[in-house]
Write a protein that binds this ligand. Structure first.
Ligand code: SAM
Ligand code: SF4
Ligand code: SF4
Length: 346
């Protein structure tokens, strides 16, 4: 089949609020070797939890076919995520296939860092991965192992960050979800661990995604509080965004030790600039992290739809999009059922 070209879709797609379709997060698996308490609590993701069988996952060919169509709609950036994406066998092959998609400017991956080695990082780099985000919620072993809830220690994750750096994937972004009373005392130690490293810690407000993490507003440490906590010890100055609509707000250390980011999804929502679509591992398209239903693109593909039909469906779904959950959060009754972060990849 002839791949769609950018010119086939008139000047990219815009939703009802005028937002273009620019980023795509692709979840490659719903499985994970961690049970982070804020994402896949053990009580719910236990031995009896039914993960997707392999036949339900999109194949690499299906993922690439959809990626080409999304790129024709204006997507310039793809992030691979999960579950834990490095659990997906042959991920390097998918990276190689995606990096050959014409028109894609940026290909990245978010991982918990537990399954990366220098060799794997080099293979991912050679396959065309450009950058990497590693999640790490604390530098203290006791805090980190109780948050991932499988007793995984900090040292191997730090080693993975170094390996990714040596493989040419720097600067590495390091995601820390901050939960009050759990790891907020680790904000300054995390900042200090990565000052002068060239890597960028991104402090993320704990979000009410999914139905299983028992989220309460009281557990959220605001971006403002995070910046003040660090700034009292190491003064910070705000930086301009790298590009319009950047999700993380950037701050730099006044003494030149590098920069940090804060993601204020709860206290300063950025729906107005949200240009992101999400594809689940089984091929459902979600236009918001807080959506309760997704559109089954896999079913459409497997029933023989042409590229043109898939493209028309994606264009029509995006043009009807009016999601702005985070902006409405305070005034609004949340939907009864929402997708889980481990399903849609953050
Ligand atoms: N397993 C990989 C990892 O942890 O990096 C990729 C998937 S994970 C769902 C993607 C990101 O979502 C991680 O940085 C994780 O910390 C973040 N995340 C998960 N649950 C969250 C929540 N309730 N609030 C804010 N961020 C969350
Ligand atoms: Fe797994 Fe990532 Fe969720 Fe933690 S945040 S449980 S590592 S998917
Ligand atoms: Fe985007 Fe939905 Fe998050 Fe708003 S709530 S920023 S629309 S994903």
């Amino acid at each position: 089949m002839i791949p769609l070209q950018v010119r086939d879709v008139e000047e990219g797609s815009r939703d009802r609020l005028g937002r273009p379709l620019h980023d795509l997060r692709i979840s490659v698996t719903d499985r994970c070797n961690f049970r982070c308490t804020y994402c896949m609590p053990k009580e719910l993701f236990g031995a009896n939890y039914r993960f997707m069988p392999r036949s339900e996952l999109l194949s690499f060919e299906e993922i690439v076919r959809l990626a080409e169509i999304f790129v024709a709609h204006g997507v310039g950036k793809i992030r691979l995520t999960g579950g834990e994406p490095l659990l997906r066998q042959g991920l390097e092959d998918l990276v190689r296939m995606l990096s050959a998609v014409a028109g894609l400017d940026d290909l990245t991956l978010t991982t918990n860092g537990s399954l990366l080695s220098l060799d794997r990082a080099r293979r991912l780099r050679a396959a065309g991965l450009e950058r990497l985000t590693v999640s790490l919620d604390a530098v203290d072993d006791t805090v980190f192992s109780s948050m991932n809830d499988v007793g995984f220690s900090v040292e191997p994750v730090l080693r993975s960050i170094e390996d990714a750096d040596r493989a040419g994937l720097a600067p590495i972004k390091i995601n820390m979800v901050v939960k009050r009373g759990v790891n907020d005392h680790e904000i300054v130690p995390m900042a200090e661990r990565f000052r002068n490293s060239g890597h960028i810690v991104r402090f993320i407000e704990y979000m009410d995604v999914g139905n299983t993490n028992g989220w309460r507003m009281d557990d959220v440490v605001s971006a403002r509080e995070i910046v003040d906590t660090i700034g009292r010890v190491h003064p910070l100055r705000a930086l301009e965004p790298n590009y319009p609509g950047e999700v993380a707000r950037r701050w730099r250390y006044v003494d030149g030790a590098g920069e940090i980011g804060v993601i204020a999804s709860v206290t300063q929502p950025f729906c107005g600039a949200c240009t992101r679509a999400r594809l689940s591992a089984e091929g459902k398209l979600y236009t918001c992290l807080f959506a309760n239903t997704g559109f089954d693109l896999r079913d459409l593909m497997r029933s023989g739809a042409s590229d043109e039909a898939l493209s028309a469906t994606i264009g029509s779904l995006w043009s009807r999009r009016d999601d702005r959950y985070s902006e409405l959060r305070s005034s609004h009754t949340p939907p009864q059922s929402r997708i889980e972060m481990s399903y849609i990849g953050g």
